[in-house]
Design a protein around this ligand. Structure first.
Ligand code: APR
Length: 244
């Protein structure tokens, strides 16, 4: 029922906006952040790793953790959920609908599946200088956790990821707000909706008249869901595409 209802909503829509979180990559074998037992934050405190103070306090520890994460992600491939969203993007273009995919994820599985994704929290495979901000284009050997220095100013190289307390990339955020405020269907997929400002996009969409669909096997904090699909993304999304 909810699958067919979602397919009908998408078919009747003109502008579709999708927000994904770590849950969509979990079926590719990439741990989420807050799932019990398997979540990355289960064994670490985000405050000790994903913020600039932690990096300044112990750059080798933080850099080493991201190199470890890269090693964990390097051999992971898109799952049926990623492929379904790439198919939905193609379908939307063929049917003259506007389609925007926004992700909180820093892996590149959406791109590997053929999607165009706007990254709110950066890219795991990109690096920049922690001092001058210049992009670091040097070779990356994630098996080597030695710190790298910026060729421009000698500062430590850090992942090009948005850490807690840092601003989101301006262009990405403006695009995300615009798509969320103009869409008529907003799908929140695989996110706990705990981290702002990304978690506020569904509320913005709702306030602007969109219908909110959530795909998550677990209940979340989101207070304004119109259609709740309590299913894994890798199961629900292909079913929605097949029902279009
Ligand atoms: N399909 C859909 N959802 C799933 C699946 C699945 N197969 N498996 C798990 N989930 C759901 C979980 O129920 C949970 O609600 O995915 C969500 C993952 O939540 P988090 O681990 O909090 O990840 P996310 O919401 O992406 O975190 C947001 O927080 O730590 C920061 O910057 C980091 O981008 C991240 C942000």
């Amino acid at each position: 029922m909810t699958i067919q209802k979602t397919a009908d909503l998408i078919r009747q829509s003109e502008r579709i906006c999708i927000l994904t979180g770590a849950g969509i990559s979990s079926e590719s074998g990439i741990p989420t952040f807050r799932d019990k037992q398997t979540g990355l934050w289960e064994n670490h405190r985000a405050e000790d790793l994903a913020n600039i103070n932690a990096f300044h306090r112990d750059p080798k520890f933080v850099w080493g953790w991201y190199q470890w994460r890269r090693g964990q992600v390097a051999d992971k491939r898109p799952n049926p959920a990623h492929h379904a969203l790439a198919d939905l993007e193609k379908w939307a273009l063929e049917n003259s609908k506007t389609f925007t995919l926004i992700t909180q994820n820093v892996d590149d599985l959406h791109e590997q599946a053929g999607s165009t994704a706007t990254h709110l929290h950066g890219h795991l495979w990109r690096n920049k200088c922690s001092e001058c901000g210049q992009a670091y284009e040097g070779e990356l050997d994630y098996a080597d956790d030695a710190l790298l220095t910026c060729p421009n100013c000698g500062g430590w190289v850090r992942p090009d990821i948005v850490w807690f307390g840092e601003n989101l990339p301006k262009d990405a955020w403006v695009l995300a707000e615009q798509a969320s405020s103009q869409c008529d269907v907003f799908m929140s997929i695989g996110t706990s909706s705990l981290v702002y400002p990304a978690a506020g996009l569904s509320q913005l969409a709702k306030q602007c008249g969109a219908t909110i669909v959530e795909v998550n096997p677990n209940p979340t904090q989101s207070p304004h869901i119109d259609v709740m699909i309590e299913e894994k993304a890798g199961v629900a999304l292909p079913e929605i595409i097949n029902a279009l």
